[in-house]
Design a protein around this ligand. Sequence first.
Ligand SMILES: N[C@@H](CCC(=O)N[C@@H](CS)C(=O)NCC(=O)O)C(=O)O
Length: 93
Amino acid sequence: MTKITLYQFQECPFCAKVRAVLHRLELPFTAIIVPHDREEPIRKELFQKSGVPTVPVISIDGKYIGDSGEIIRYLEEHFSQNNQNGTEAAPPR
Ligand SMILES: N[C@@H](CCC(=O)N[C@@H](CS)C(=O)NCC(=O)O)C(=O)O
């Protein structure tokens, strides 16, 4: 089963957007609140692994993705029944 961890701040609109998509796609995940200080080891590690200095970051089966837009694109692409635009795919003829 896919293991998803969301690294986030308590208050963060970008993190909330990602949580909403995870809930909509019914993907179970663990949320971890990280410190605001970019010099904290966990923040440095997330930057190193995702290449993105901000939160949210998700790890999904060991792969790290940062930036809410990128994360949502990845989740939609891999877990949505719909197409990448989030609109419903045309029904088969
Ligand atoms: N373009 C990014 C922006 C994310 C962003 O600005 N996150 C803020 C929290 S809401 C952040 O990490 N700020 C702290 C920092 O820059 O160290 C995204 O969509 O994920």
